[in-house]
Design a protein around this ligand. Structure first.
Ligand SMILES: Cc1cc2nc3c(=O)[nH]c(=O)nc-3n(C[C@H](O)[C@H](O)[C@H](O)COP(=O)(O)OP(=O)(O)OC[C@H]3O[C@@H](n4cnc5c(N)ncnc54)[C@H](O)[C@@H]3O)c2cc1C
Length: 538
């Protein structure tokens, strides 16, 4: 079960009446996702006074956040939902070729696809994010794949800091992982007492559905170019055709069919939210607080404050607005108005880990960014840094969906909270073991294929994950049961194809206005650089 929030969560929060609390910290960290959350916890454990700020609230005890399959529903769960609309391409004619292109109609509704009602405004492609404690790790698809060693070497080269090297980074993975699926097997390169639980969907659930094991058999036939023979009906038979553990030492470079390791602990989502809360709540034997980690929620940082040491600007604090659902990505049902404002200060560092869109936006609004762009908005330049808001990258995602006439039995009783009772939810809530908790203890995509495209260099560059739903990407309403299982026919299967080692570096985040509650303009400029050698044709 999930740890409920403690007093520390609002210790210096907007609702607090305890003004005697520390108002100056060693470190202030903005954003509690996988970037900021664990860092805040580690700094507090190391003995520093730390304030972690997030614009969102804590939804960690809700089923939307904690039941793994319900990540789907959580992307549409208003209390944590941040809807961005991004451009994949710079020109309208290329954008409009995507059938998921979304418009705002004159009545304020979303319209997806070509031929919107007259007077509609173009929005772009939905990019769901989570504004909540734990950041997007509170609603993401939980897939936990260890990076290639070449990624770490590359970062080491880029930064000139070789502590990013593969050997050192494997050590950090061992420290953070709580591996729960390899007990009794080779655990080298894994950890067992970290804060991040890892587990695939229990294989005994997969073998209950012959249609899923048929997909596994077919995948092996394609990627290994050999017939498997009999479709597996037992875990032992399934294990025989699957490759072992994609996260093992040296394994991440190998192609094959895998079960997807998930950020799941005993059937429940595992995320930085738990690490942060457990650190803030930790007490000594005598009941006093063990670490100084304060968490301020519903607090939207609008500006970084600077002092100067000589000619060099130094971040000393942040300005903020208090309130629920302030950012303009919040759906209207959950949006609110500011209830207060103020400033907070740090003696050592202010660390911005507000995600790939909000970090550059906040830096620019605070005067750090390309001079010409800042001057265009009359923002005083603190430091001319042309790289801020450039080099935005993502793994391009594309779906292959198929349909058969018979149903996936694995989905029986699962309604994604649209019926009361939702039988799969009941099983998840009442099951005594991960296997007993059923389908909702996985992320709905039980199979994964790792593969090399024709242009891959050293490592496989294609990651595919497959599951029994109609998933064609993100658009408003994508997670409605009627869209994932159209016509109620549970015979859909989707393989999502992700291109890793993307060579497109043309993505940008630029200011739309000086209002910090406005979203920036996000343009991925997909395929604009590196196109022909990028494996896109594959
Ligand atoms: C739908 C979806 C599915 C995904 N699936 C996977 C997956 O299966 N596996 C995987 O490895 N990755 C997945 N990802 C990606 C992964 O979740 C992100 O890479 C990761 O969360 C990024 O971490 P972060 O800390 O940089 O930012 P975020 O997680 O975005 O956290 C940023 C935090 O900053 C807060 N914030 C922003 N601006 C401000 C401000 N001005 N003031 C105060 N707080 C602010 C936000 O509220 C948020 O909590 C997925 C992402 C999405 C959106």
């Amino acid at each position: 079960s999930k740890t409920p929030p403690s007093d520390n969560l609002t210790a210096v929060g907007p609702q607090s009446t305890d003004q005697a609390r520390v108002e100056s910290y060693d470190y202030i960290i903005v954003g509690s996702g996988p970037g900021g959350g664990p860092l805040a916890a580690r700094l507090a454990i190391a003995g520093f006074k730390v304030l972690l700020i997030d614009a969102g609230s804590d939804q960690g005890t809700t089923v939307q956040e904690s039941a793994p399959t319900l990540w789907v529903a959580s992307t549409q769960y208003a209390p944590m939902q941040w809807n961005y609309f991004v451009n994949h391409f710079p020109t309208a004619d290329r954008q409009l070729q995507d059938t998921k292109f979304t418009w705002q109609t004159p009545s304020g509704d979303y319209f997806v696809g070509p031929n919107p009602p007259n007077g509609s405004t173009p929005l772009g492609i939905l990019y769901p994010r989570a504004g909540t404690l734990g950041g997007c790790a509170a609603h993401n698809a939980l897939i936990t794949i260890y990076p290639h060693d070449s990624d770490w070497t590359y970062i080491g080269k880029l930064t000139g800091d070789h502590s990013w090297g593969p050997r050192k980074m494997r050590h950090y993975f061992e420290k953070l992982e709580n591996n729960q699926y390899l007990s009794g097997h080779d655990l080298s390169g894994h950890g067992t007492d970290g804060w991040l639980g890892t587990n695939p969907l229990d294989p005994s659930i997969i073998v209950q559905d012959e249609k899923v094991t048929c997909h596994a058999t077919a995948a092996v036939a394609v990627i290994k170019n050999k017939q498997v023979g009999k479709t597996p009906t037992t875990v032992k038979e399934l294990n025989k055709i699957m490759d072992n553990d994609p996260n093992g030492k040296g394994q991440s470079g190998k192609s094959g069919l895998y079960q997807v390791p998930l950020a799941v602990s005993n059937g429940t989502r595992s995320s930085p939210r738990d690490f942060v809360i457990n650190t803030a709540n930790a007490v000594h034997a005598n009941g006093t607080r063990q670490y100084h980690l304060d968490i301020r929620l519903n607090t939207f940082v609008t500006k970084i404050l600077f002092g100067r040491s000589g000619m060099t600007p130094r971040a000393t604090g942040v300005q903020y607005l208090d309130g629920v659902g302030l950012y303009s990505t919040t759906p209207s049902s959950a949006a609110g108005n500011p209830t207060g404002n103020g400033s907070l200060y740090a003696t050592r560092e202010v660390i911005i880990s507000a995600g790939a869109y909000n970090t550059p936006q906040l830096l620019k609004l605070s005067g750090i960014g390309p001079k010409a762009e800042l001057q265009q908005f009359d923002i005083p330049v603190v430091f001319d840094s042309p790289g801020v808001g450039t080099n935005l990258q993502d793994r391009y995602e594309t779906a292959v969906v198929s349909k058969t006439t018979s149903s996936f039995e694995i989905l029986n009783g699962c309604s994604l909270l649209t019926t009361d009772p939702d039988l799969c939810l009941e099983q998840w809530q009442n099951g005594a073991t991960p296997a007993g908790r059923g389908f909702y203890s996985g992320n709905a995509f039980p199979l994964a294929v790792i593969k090399k495209s024709s242009v891959a260099e050293d490592n496989p560059d294609i990651f595919l994950f497959g599951g029994p739903v109609y998933f064609r990407g993100f658009y408003p309403g994508w997670a409605d049961l009627s869209n994932l299982v159209p016509g109620g026919a549970k015979g859909w299967w989707s393989w999502m194809v992700l291109k890793a080692h993307n060579r497109n570096t043309a993505g940008t985040v630029t200011l739309r206005s000086t209002n910090p509650l406005d979203t920036p303009i996000i343009n991925f400029n997909f395929f604009d650089t590196g196109t022909t050698i990028d494996g896109a044709d594959d």
